[in-house]
Design a protein. Sequence first.
Length: 318
Amino acid sequence: MYSRILGTGGYLPEQVRTNADLERMVETSDEWIIERTGIKERRIASEQETAAYMGTEAAKKALESARLQPADLDAVICATTSSQYAFPSCACEIAGALGLAGVPAFDVAAACSGFSYAYAIAHAMIMSGQAQKILVVGADRISHACNPQDRTTIILFGDGAGAAIVGASDEQGTLAVHLSSDAKRAPLLTLPHPVRGRPSSESDYLYMKGNEVFKQAVVILAGLVNQTLEKAGMSDADLDFLVPHQANLRIITATARKLHLDMSRVIVTLDKQGNTSSASVPLALDEGIRSGRIQRGHVLLLESFGGGFTWGSALIRY
Ligand code: ACO
């Protein structure tokens, strides 16, 4: 018995925030943002577009693409760090909105690496026979956790949700997964929970020492992609597509170079979506599949890096 992706879906809020909009909010420029990040616009969730709402919409599309009904699912896992409630979990809210009861549902918090973690857990649940069809969602609205006056973070983040149905199969879809963390540099990237009873303050917002995080991300991702390929006894020549976390085009380009991959074989969505945290990898995967670039049988390397620090990957035959 193996695990395999049966379908994918995505949801993006309607409201677009362009670089020109940001020029009116903070001291920045379209040129600076494009040159340093590759981002041109991002989507911003309304009050109604909670992580659970966006996750549910992405899940419906994933179910449709897998030709399944909610009742076919036997677990729901949601990667998020920006859900409306600590409990009920975002996964419970999504399960409820889909009319599902009697199945395990829980959240995974690993910042931008959340989807890699959730996917690896789904894979393990299937391999151990605990579940047959699992809804794996990445949903975040981190734009709302950024200080609107902080030009170093507000330019980066967008909101959205991506989903995949991971199912048991006699074809090997998941070839290798790899997860890791290291708290040594945790203070470089933090998002505190607001303290109840205390008015919100500067220190409640997301903090990131961008250039330090950037250097770490490039080095860690270079090691991660090689370790993942080695685990499966494969090399970069076996890869059809890289589906990276969409934090910064320069980080993505460095990882592609490490893998000797032409950028035509890398799925890039950050120009239109910015960094959607745990939604970024499943949204990129869904975009690659729906655009027809990713086909059944292609070998894909999904990777992500985020606060914690955490990082993770999945090598997949789609
Ligand atoms: N517009 C104009 N100038 C700016 C802006 C802006 N929006 N932001 C910063 N600057 C200035 C800085 O003040 C600095 O000025 P100085 O030289 O006078 O001090 C200069 O630009 C250079 O700043 P750096 O921070 O060194 O710029 P860098 O090239 O590193 O780009 C960025 C910043 C885009 C944040 C980059 O470092 C990055 O992408 N980091 C990694 C992000 C990441 O991968 N995060 C992990 C996932 S997120 C998660 O887990 C939630």
